[in-house]
Ligand binder design. Structure first.
Ligand code: G3P
Length: 222
């Protein structure tokens, strides 16, 4: 993936399930086709298969567990997400925190299934630790800004720059995404200028009256 990557996490927002999920995926697909910018979605598991069947865009699970088939009641094995049509997965989102051992197990499971891996982190030191594990991406998201409407790119560009530096010091192959409050073309531009390969976002698109208009603005300064 060489184009900047915009990943929309639907979380469990009502606006991002059922018909709402279709609406956002349609907008993502249209903007990706018109602009060539890679736009992925992380819908709830319950919508994942439908999204994968109808849309030719990257489809991410919101979480995977590092377990296989068998007696793992209530778990979300990577192989099942792959079967449902996922092409990648978030791991250790701030709203779905894992232990270090669990992060490593989820990453190993993602690798075994050929899923693109994104380990989410909350500060510069955890970004360095996550990058050392060797995922495809790390995503720096200061928890206090998630869902706040305040953009990390504007409120805390230092954490983005510090994360990029720390990640690359550990692993010069890893790519970095910035997340929390990302909402405009300016936020994306700042993130890219600070060395990121893209952004991870949710509410600005998922809760928008017109998700396509927000997406067009997000890609406008790439
Ligand atoms: O996974 C993306 C997320 O945590 C950021 O949420 O609503 O601040 O874009 P939001």
């Amino acid at each position: 993936m060489n184009s900047p990557f915009i990943l929309i996490n639907f979380k469990t927002y009502r606006e991002g399930t059922g018909y709402g999920a279709d609406r956002i995926a349609r907008a993502a697909s249209a903007v990706m086709e018109d602009t060539g910018v890679t736009i992925g979605i992380a819908p709830p598991y319950t919508d994942l298969r439908k999204m994968a069947r109808h849309f030719s865009i990257p489809i991410f699970a919101q979480h995977i567990d590092g377990v296989g088939a068998g007696g793992f009641t209530g778990h979300t094995p990577a192989y099942m997400m792959k079967l449902e049509g996922a092409t990648g997965s978030l791991i250790n989102h701030s709203e779905r925190r894992l232990t270090l051992a669990d992060i490593e197990a989820s990453l190993t499971a993602a690798e075994a299934e050929g899923l693109t891996s994104i380990i989410c982190t909350n500060n510069i030191r955890t970004t360095a630790a996550a990058a050392a594990l060797g995922p495809d991406y790390v995503a720096i998201e200061p928890p206090e800004l998630i869902g706040s409407g305040i953009s990390v790119a504007q409120a805390d560009p230092e954490i983005i720059a510090g994360s990029v530096k720390a990640a690359l010091k550990q692993n010069n192959q890893v790519k970095v995404l910035a997340g929390a409050g990302i909402q405009s073309g300016d936020c994306v531009r700042i993130s890219l200028d600070l060395g990121c390969s893209g952004v991870l976002l949710a509410s600005s698109v998922v809760k928008a009256e017109d998700p396509e208009a927000v997406l067009l603005d997000l890609v406008s300064k790439i």
